[in-house]
Write a protein that binds this ligand. Structure first.
Ligand SMILES: Nc1ncnc2c1ncn2[C@@H]1O[C@H](COP(=O)(O)OP(=O)(O)OP(=O)(O)O)[C@@H](O)[C@H]1O
Ligand SMILES: [Mg+2]
Length: 372
Protein backbone atom coordinates (compact mmCIF):
# COMPACT_ATOMS: atom_id res chain seq x y z
CA UNK A 1 0.00 0.00 0.00
CA UNK A 2 2.03 2.94 -1.16
CA UNK A 3 -0.14 5.34 -3.03
CA UNK A 4 1.10 8.92 -2.72
CA UNK A 5 -1.20 11.91 -2.49
CA UNK A 6 -0.43 15.60 -2.33
CA UNK A 7 -3.22 17.88 -1.29
CA UNK A 8 -2.99 21.56 -2.08
CA UNK A 9 0.73 21.87 -1.37
CA UNK A 10 2.17 25.36 -1.33
CA UNK A 11 5.87 25.86 -0.66
CA UNK A 12 7.55 29.24 -0.54
CA UNK A 13 11.22 30.15 -0.33
CA UNK A 14 11.10 33.78 0.75
CA UNK A 15 9.48 35.69 -2.09
CA UNK A 16 9.54 32.66 -4.44
CA UNK A 17 6.51 30.40 -4.56
CA UNK A 18 8.08 27.12 -5.66
CA UNK A 19 4.81 25.14 -5.43
CA UNK A 20 1.43 26.78 -5.67
CA UNK A 21 -1.55 24.65 -4.63
CA UNK A 22 -0.20 21.39 -6.03
CA UNK A 23 -2.56 18.40 -5.77
CA UNK A 24 -2.17 14.98 -7.37
CA UNK A 25 -2.43 11.32 -6.56
CA UNK A 26 -0.15 8.46 -7.60
CA UNK A 27 -1.58 4.95 -7.45
CA UNK A 28 0.19 2.07 -5.78
CA UNK A 29 2.65 0.55 -8.26
CA UNK A 30 2.27 3.34 -10.78
CA UNK A 31 5.09 4.81 -12.86
CA UNK A 32 4.34 8.50 -12.59
CA UNK A 33 6.42 11.18 -14.31
CA UNK A 34 6.67 14.85 -13.39
CA UNK A 35 7.62 16.85 -16.47
CA UNK A 36 8.55 20.52 -16.41
CA UNK A 37 11.24 23.02 -17.40
CA UNK A 38 14.03 24.11 -15.03
CA UNK A 39 12.68 25.87 -11.96
CA UNK A 40 9.17 24.40 -12.34
CA UNK A 41 9.28 22.95 -8.82
CA UNK A 42 9.98 19.30 -9.64
CA UNK A 43 12.74 18.73 -7.11
CA UNK A 44 10.81 20.68 -4.49
CA UNK A 45 7.85 18.35 -5.05
CA UNK A 46 10.01 15.27 -4.42
CA UNK A 47 11.69 16.83 -1.40
CA UNK A 48 8.28 17.62 0.04
CA UNK A 49 7.13 14.01 -0.45
CA UNK A 50 10.15 12.55 1.36
CA UNK A 51 9.94 15.18 4.07
CA UNK A 52 13.08 17.19 3.35
CA UNK A 53 10.89 20.26 2.82
CA UNK A 54 7.97 21.18 5.02
CA UNK A 55 5.12 22.68 3.00
CA UNK A 56 3.69 26.06 4.01
CA UNK A 57 0.23 24.76 3.21
CA UNK A 58 -1.30 21.41 2.36
CA UNK A 59 -0.68 17.79 3.25
CA UNK A 60 1.19 14.73 2.04
CA UNK A 61 -0.34 11.24 2.35
CA UNK A 62 1.45 7.93 1.94
CA UNK A 63 -0.70 4.84 1.68
CA UNK A 64 -3.64 6.90 2.91
CA UNK A 65 -1.81 8.08 6.01
CA UNK A 66 -1.05 11.75 6.60
CA UNK A 67 2.72 12.16 6.93
CA UNK A 68 3.10 15.92 6.60
CA UNK A 69 4.90 16.11 9.95
CA UNK A 70 6.50 12.66 9.86
CA UNK A 71 10.31 12.60 10.12
CA UNK A 72 11.89 11.76 6.71
CA UNK A 73 13.59 8.65 8.09
CA UNK A 74 10.22 7.26 9.09
CA UNK A 75 8.77 7.55 5.60
CA UNK A 76 9.34 4.37 3.64
CA UNK A 77 10.50 6.10 0.48
CA UNK A 78 13.85 6.21 -1.27
CA UNK A 79 15.01 9.14 -3.34
CA UNK A 80 17.73 9.29 -5.97
CA UNK A 81 18.90 12.86 -6.28
CA UNK A 82 19.72 14.85 -9.37
CA UNK A 83 23.41 14.88 -8.43
CA UNK A 84 24.01 11.36 -7.36
CA UNK A 85 26.65 10.75 -4.73
CA UNK A 86 28.37 7.45 -4.13
CA UNK A 87 31.00 6.82 -1.47
CA UNK A 88 34.18 7.05 -3.58
CA UNK A 89 36.39 5.04 -1.21
CA UNK A 90 33.99 2.11 -0.89
CA UNK A 91 33.36 -0.70 -3.33
CA UNK A 92 30.09 -1.01 -5.18
CA UNK A 93 29.14 -3.81 -2.80
CA UNK A 94 29.68 -1.56 0.23
CA UNK A 95 27.85 1.31 -1.41
CA UNK A 96 24.85 -0.95 -1.92
CA UNK A 97 25.10 -2.48 1.52
CA UNK A 98 25.24 0.85 3.31
CA UNK A 99 21.49 1.62 3.48
CA UNK A 100 20.87 -1.89 4.82
CA UNK A 101 23.60 -1.60 7.45
CA UNK A 102 21.95 1.58 8.66
CA UNK A 103 18.78 -0.42 9.13
CA UNK A 104 20.78 -2.92 11.22
CA UNK A 105 19.94 -5.83 8.96
CA UNK A 106 21.81 -9.10 9.52
CA UNK A 107 24.97 -9.67 7.50
CA UNK A 108 23.72 -12.73 5.63
CA UNK A 109 20.59 -10.97 4.50
CA UNK A 110 22.55 -7.89 3.43
CA UNK A 111 24.75 -10.10 1.25
CA UNK A 112 21.69 -11.71 -0.28
CA UNK A 113 19.85 -8.48 -0.99
CA UNK A 114 22.86 -6.69 -2.41
CA UNK A 115 23.44 -9.60 -4.81
CA UNK A 116 19.77 -9.69 -5.80
CA UNK A 117 19.77 -5.95 -6.49
CA UNK A 118 23.02 -6.23 -8.45
CA UNK A 119 21.44 -8.99 -10.53
CA UNK A 120 18.38 -6.86 -11.28
CA UNK A 121 20.56 -3.96 -12.41
CA UNK A 122 23.12 -6.18 -14.15
CA UNK A 123 26.04 -4.89 -12.11
CA UNK A 124 27.02 -8.16 -10.40
CA UNK A 125 30.42 -8.10 -12.08
CA UNK A 126 31.13 -4.64 -10.67
CA UNK A 127 30.59 -5.35 -6.97
CA UNK A 128 34.27 -5.23 -6.00
CA UNK A 129 35.07 -2.06 -7.97
CA UNK A 130 35.22 1.47 -6.63
CA UNK A 131 33.02 4.22 -8.20
CA UNK A 132 36.00 5.96 -9.86
CA UNK A 133 36.51 2.84 -11.99
CA UNK A 134 32.94 2.84 -13.34
CA UNK A 135 31.43 4.46 -16.43
CA UNK A 136 28.71 7.09 -16.03
CA UNK A 137 26.00 4.56 -16.80
CA UNK A 138 27.39 2.01 -14.37
CA UNK A 139 27.64 4.62 -11.64
CA UNK A 140 24.05 5.56 -12.34
CA UNK A 141 22.99 1.95 -11.90
CA UNK A 142 24.79 1.73 -8.59
CA UNK A 143 23.00 4.88 -7.41
CA UNK A 144 19.68 3.32 -8.42
CA UNK A 145 20.70 0.15 -6.66
CA UNK A 146 21.22 2.08 -3.46
CA UNK A 147 17.65 3.31 -3.71
CA UNK A 148 16.01 -0.03 -4.44
CA UNK A 149 18.12 -2.27 -2.21
CA UNK A 150 16.11 -1.14 0.82
CA UNK A 151 12.94 -2.29 -0.92
CA UNK A 152 11.06 0.87 0.00
CA UNK A 153 7.35 1.20 -0.67
CA UNK A 154 8.02 3.94 -3.20
CA UNK A 155 10.95 5.53 -4.88
CA UNK A 156 11.45 8.98 -6.27
CA UNK A 157 13.97 9.62 -9.01
CA UNK A 158 15.13 13.15 -9.79
CA UNK A 159 16.38 13.35 -13.39
CA UNK A 160 18.38 10.16 -12.80
CA UNK A 161 19.77 9.86 -16.32
CA UNK A 162 19.97 13.43 -17.56
CA UNK A 163 23.74 13.56 -17.11
CA UNK A 164 24.35 10.54 -19.33
CA UNK A 165 25.11 10.69 -23.04
CA UNK A 166 22.28 10.19 -25.53
CA UNK A 167 22.90 6.52 -26.33
CA UNK A 168 23.20 5.52 -22.69
CA UNK A 169 20.05 7.49 -21.86
CA UNK A 170 18.17 5.51 -24.46
CA UNK A 171 19.36 2.24 -22.97
CA UNK A 172 18.63 3.32 -19.39
CA UNK A 173 15.13 4.43 -20.39
CA UNK A 174 14.05 0.93 -21.32
CA UNK A 175 15.90 -0.58 -18.38
CA UNK A 176 14.28 1.73 -15.85
CA UNK A 177 10.87 0.92 -17.25
CA UNK A 178 11.56 -2.79 -16.95
CA UNK A 179 12.97 -2.34 -13.49
CA UNK A 180 9.88 -0.54 -12.29
CA UNK A 181 7.64 -3.26 -13.76
CA UNK A 182 9.76 -5.99 -12.17
CA UNK A 183 9.98 -4.40 -8.76
CA UNK A 184 6.34 -3.31 -8.95
CA UNK A 185 6.76 -0.38 -6.59
CA UNK A 186 5.37 3.11 -6.93
CA UNK A 187 7.76 5.38 -8.77
CA UNK A 188 7.77 9.11 -9.28
CA UNK A 189 10.19 10.04 -12.00
CA UNK A 190 11.18 13.67 -12.48
CA UNK A 191 12.44 14.84 -15.84
CA UNK A 192 12.56 17.83 -18.15
CA UNK A 193 12.81 15.47 -21.13
CA UNK A 194 9.45 14.94 -22.79
CA UNK A 195 10.61 11.79 -24.56
CA UNK A 196 11.52 10.16 -21.25
CA UNK A 197 8.19 11.08 -19.73
CA UNK A 198 6.18 10.01 -22.77
CA UNK A 199 7.99 6.72 -23.30
CA UNK A 200 8.20 5.49 -19.72
CA UNK A 201 5.34 6.73 -17.59
CA UNK A 202 1.85 5.39 -16.99
CA UNK A 203 0.81 8.97 -16.34
CA UNK A 204 2.48 12.35 -16.64
CA UNK A 205 2.05 15.48 -14.57
CA UNK A 206 3.07 18.66 -16.37
CA UNK A 207 4.34 21.31 -13.97
CA UNK A 208 5.01 24.96 -14.74
CA UNK A 209 6.13 27.60 -12.26
CA UNK A 210 4.82 25.56 -9.35
CA UNK A 211 1.38 25.08 -10.88
CA UNK A 212 0.01 21.75 -12.16
CA UNK A 213 -0.96 22.18 -15.83
CA UNK A 214 -2.33 18.70 -16.54
CA UNK A 215 -2.20 15.13 -15.28
CA UNK A 216 -2.91 12.30 -17.71
CA UNK A 217 -1.73 9.28 -19.64
CA UNK A 218 0.90 10.08 -22.29
CA UNK A 219 -1.60 9.74 -25.15
CA UNK A 220 -3.99 12.10 -23.39
CA UNK A 221 -1.28 14.70 -22.79
CA UNK A 222 -0.29 14.38 -26.43
CA UNK A 223 -3.70 14.37 -28.08
CA UNK A 224 -5.72 16.44 -25.62
CA UNK A 225 -3.30 18.98 -24.11
CA UNK A 226 -5.03 21.22 -21.59
CA UNK A 227 -3.32 24.35 -22.80
CA UNK A 228 -0.72 25.74 -25.13
CA UNK A 229 2.10 25.18 -22.64
CA UNK A 230 1.37 21.44 -22.39
CA UNK A 231 0.91 21.25 -26.16
CA UNK A 232 4.34 22.76 -26.68
CA UNK A 233 6.17 20.80 -24.01
CA UNK A 234 5.43 17.42 -25.66
CA UNK A 235 6.10 16.64 -29.30
CA UNK A 236 9.08 17.61 -31.41
CA UNK A 237 9.17 19.86 -33.32
CA UNK A 238 6.45 21.55 -31.27
CA UNK A 239 2.85 22.05 -32.35
CA UNK A 240 2.07 24.82 -34.86
CA UNK A 241 -0.34 27.57 -33.82
CA UNK A 242 -2.18 29.65 -36.41
CA UNK A 243 -4.21 32.73 -35.61
CA UNK A 244 -7.82 32.63 -36.76
CA UNK A 245 -11.18 34.26 -36.11
CA UNK A 246 -14.36 32.70 -34.75
CA UNK A 247 -17.85 33.18 -36.12
CA UNK A 248 -21.15 31.41 -35.47
CA UNK A 249 -24.07 30.06 -37.46
CA UNK A 250 -26.53 28.68 -34.91
CA UNK A 251 -24.56 26.07 -32.95
CA UNK A 252 -21.88 25.70 -35.59
CA UNK A 253 -18.55 27.30 -34.91
CA UNK A 254 -16.64 28.49 -37.95
CA UNK A 255 -12.99 29.39 -37.53
CA UNK A 256 -11.47 31.32 -40.40
CA UNK A 257 -7.85 31.64 -41.43
CA UNK A 258 -6.82 33.37 -44.67
CA UNK A 259 -6.02 29.94 -46.18
CA UNK A 260 -8.68 27.67 -44.64
CA UNK A 261 -11.78 27.31 -42.49
CA UNK A 262 -12.62 24.77 -39.86
CA UNK A 263 -16.14 24.14 -38.65
CA UNK A 264 -17.35 22.21 -35.62
CA UNK A 265 -20.63 21.62 -33.81
CA UNK A 266 -19.55 23.29 -30.59
CA UNK A 267 -22.45 25.21 -29.07
CA UNK A 268 -20.88 24.70 -25.63
CA UNK A 269 -18.05 27.07 -26.63
CA UNK A 270 -20.31 29.94 -27.54
CA UNK A 271 -19.63 31.96 -24.38
CA UNK A 272 -15.91 31.33 -24.35
CA UNK A 273 -15.50 32.23 -28.01
CA UNK A 274 -17.83 35.09 -28.97
CA UNK A 275 -18.48 36.16 -32.56
CA UNK A 276 -15.33 37.71 -34.01
CA UNK A 277 -13.04 36.46 -31.21
CA UNK A 278 -9.44 35.64 -32.02
CA UNK A 279 -8.39 32.03 -31.44
CA UNK A 280 -5.69 29.56 -32.47
CA UNK A 281 -5.95 26.54 -34.75
CA UNK A 282 -3.14 24.13 -33.93
CA UNK A 283 -1.63 21.15 -35.68
CA UNK A 284 1.41 19.01 -35.00
CA UNK A 285 4.19 18.87 -37.65
CA UNK A 286 3.50 15.17 -38.32
CA UNK A 287 -0.10 16.06 -39.17
CA UNK A 288 0.89 18.60 -41.82
CA UNK A 289 1.08 16.87 -45.20
CA UNK A 290 3.29 18.37 -47.89
CA UNK A 291 2.66 17.61 -51.56
CA UNK A 292 4.38 18.82 -54.70
CA UNK A 293 1.09 19.72 -56.41
CA UNK A 294 -2.64 19.33 -55.98
CA UNK A 295 -5.54 20.87 -54.13
CA UNK A 296 -3.82 21.85 -50.88
CA UNK A 297 -3.00 25.27 -49.48
CA UNK A 298 -0.20 27.01 -51.37
CA UNK A 299 2.98 27.43 -49.34
CA UNK A 300 6.68 28.04 -49.93
CA UNK A 301 9.55 26.05 -48.45
CA UNK A 302 11.55 28.34 -46.21
CA UNK A 303 14.09 25.83 -44.88
CA UNK A 304 14.62 22.08 -44.71
CA UNK A 305 16.29 19.98 -42.05
CA UNK A 306 16.96 16.47 -43.38
CA UNK A 307 17.28 14.02 -40.49
CA UNK A 308 17.75 10.89 -42.55
CA UNK A 309 14.49 9.03 -41.98
CA UNK A 310 12.42 12.20 -42.23
CA UNK A 311 12.82 15.84 -43.13
CA UNK A 312 11.62 18.73 -41.01
CA UNK A 313 10.32 21.45 -43.28
CA UNK A 314 9.70 25.08 -42.41
CA UNK A 315 6.88 26.28 -44.62
CA UNK A 316 5.83 29.81 -45.25
CA UNK A 317 2.04 29.66 -45.08
CA UNK A 318 0.44 33.08 -45.35
CA UNK A 319 3.61 34.70 -43.99
CA UNK A 320 3.84 32.47 -40.92
CA UNK A 321 6.23 29.59 -40.37
CA UNK A 322 4.53 26.20 -40.15
CA UNK A 323 6.67 23.18 -39.41
CA UNK A 324 5.96 19.90 -41.13
CA UNK A 325 7.53 16.47 -41.13
CA UNK A 326 7.92 15.29 -44.69
CA UNK A 327 9.35 12.29 -46.46
CA UNK A 328 12.92 12.71 -47.73
CA UNK A 329 11.66 11.13 -50.97
CA UNK A 330 9.99 14.43 -51.85
CA UNK A 331 13.46 15.97 -52.20
CA UNK A 332 12.20 19.40 -51.19
CA UNK A 333 14.39 22.43 -51.57
CA UNK A 334 14.32 26.03 -50.40
CA UNK A 335 11.94 28.47 -52.09
CA UNK A 336 10.05 25.62 -53.72
CA UNK A 337 6.27 26.07 -54.07
CA UNK A 338 4.29 23.23 -52.50
CA UNK A 339 0.76 22.34 -51.43
CA UNK A 340 -0.13 21.65 -47.82
CA UNK A 341 -2.94 19.79 -46.04
CA UNK A 342 -3.78 19.55 -42.36
CA UNK A 343 -5.16 16.27 -41.00
CA UNK A 344 -8.61 17.35 -39.68
CA UNK A 345 -8.76 14.50 -37.15
CA UNK A 346 -5.65 15.87 -35.46
CA UNK A 347 -6.58 19.54 -35.22
CA UNK A 348 -6.85 21.50 -32.01
CA UNK A 349 -8.53 24.75 -31.17
CA UNK A 350 -7.15 27.01 -28.45
CA UNK A 351 -8.41 30.26 -26.99
CA UNK A 352 -6.16 33.27 -27.40
CA UNK A 353 -5.27 32.88 -23.71
CA UNK A 354 -3.78 29.46 -24.52
CA UNK A 355 -6.50 27.33 -22.92
CA UNK A 356 -7.53 24.35 -25.04
CA UNK A 357 -11.11 24.53 -26.33
CA UNK A 358 -11.47 21.51 -28.59
CA UNK A 359 -9.18 18.67 -29.72
CA UNK A 360 -10.12 16.21 -32.46
CA UNK A 361 -7.90 13.49 -30.94
CA UNK A 362 -8.57 11.15 -33.85
CA UNK A 363 -12.31 11.85 -34.14
CA UNK A 364 -14.29 13.64 -36.85
CA UNK A 365 -14.73 16.80 -34.83
CA UNK A 366 -13.66 19.37 -37.40
CA UNK A 367 -14.69 19.88 -41.00
CA UNK A 368 -11.78 21.40 -42.88
CA UNK A 369 -12.21 23.42 -46.06
CA UNK A 370 -9.79 25.51 -48.09
CA UNK A 371 -10.41 29.24 -48.30
CA UNK A 372 -11.81 30.25 -51.64
N1 LIG B 1 16.31 26.11 -0.92
C1 LIG B 1 15.82 27.01 -1.76
N2 LIG B 1 15.91 28.34 -1.47
C2 LIG B 1 15.38 29.26 -2.30
N3 LIG B 1 14.77 28.99 -3.46
C3 LIG B 1 14.68 27.70 -3.81
C4 LIG B 1 15.20 26.65 -2.99
N4 LIG B 1 14.94 25.47 -3.59
C5 LIG B 1 14.30 25.78 -4.74
N5 LIG B 1 14.14 27.11 -4.87
C6 LIG B 1 13.44 27.80 -5.98
O1 LIG B 1 12.18 27.17 -6.17
C7 LIG B 1 11.89 27.03 -7.56
C8 LIG B 1 11.69 25.56 -7.89
O2 LIG B 1 12.92 24.90 -7.76
P1 LIG B 1 13.12 23.35 -8.04
O3 LIG B 1 14.51 23.01 -7.69
O4 LIG B 1 12.05 22.59 -7.37
O5 LIG B 1 12.90 23.30 -9.62
P2 LIG B 1 13.13 22.08 -10.63
O6 LIG B 1 11.87 21.95 -11.40
O7 LIG B 1 13.64 20.89 -9.89
O8 LIG B 1 14.25 22.67 -11.59
P3 LIG B 1 15.49 21.91 -12.33
O9 LIG B 1 14.91 21.29 -13.57
O10 LIG B 1 16.41 23.06 -12.68
O11 LIG B 1 16.09 20.94 -11.39
C9 LIG B 1 13.04 27.69 -8.30
O12 LIG B 1 12.67 29.01 -8.60
C10 LIG B 1 14.18 27.64 -7.29
O13 LIG B 1 15.07 28.70 -7.52
MG1 LIG C 1 15.40 19.83 -9.98
Amino acid sequence: MAGIRLENITKRFGAITALDGVSFEVADGEFFAILGPPGAGKTTTLRTIVGLEKPDEGDVYLGGERVTETYPGDRDIAIVFQNLALYPDRTVFKNLAFPLKQQKIAKGEIEERVRATARTLRIEHLLERRPAKLSGGERQRVALGRAIVREPEAYLLDEPISALDALLRLEMRTELKRLQRDVGRTMIYVTHDQVEAMSMADRILVLREGVVQQVGAPAEIYHRPANRFVATVVGSPPMNFLRATASWEEGTLRVSHPRFQVAAAAAHLRERLPEGAACLVAVRPEDVRVELAGEGMPATIYATEPLGGETIVDLNLDNRVVKAIASPALALSEDQEVRVHFEPRRLHLFAESGDALLSAAGEDVFAFTLAT
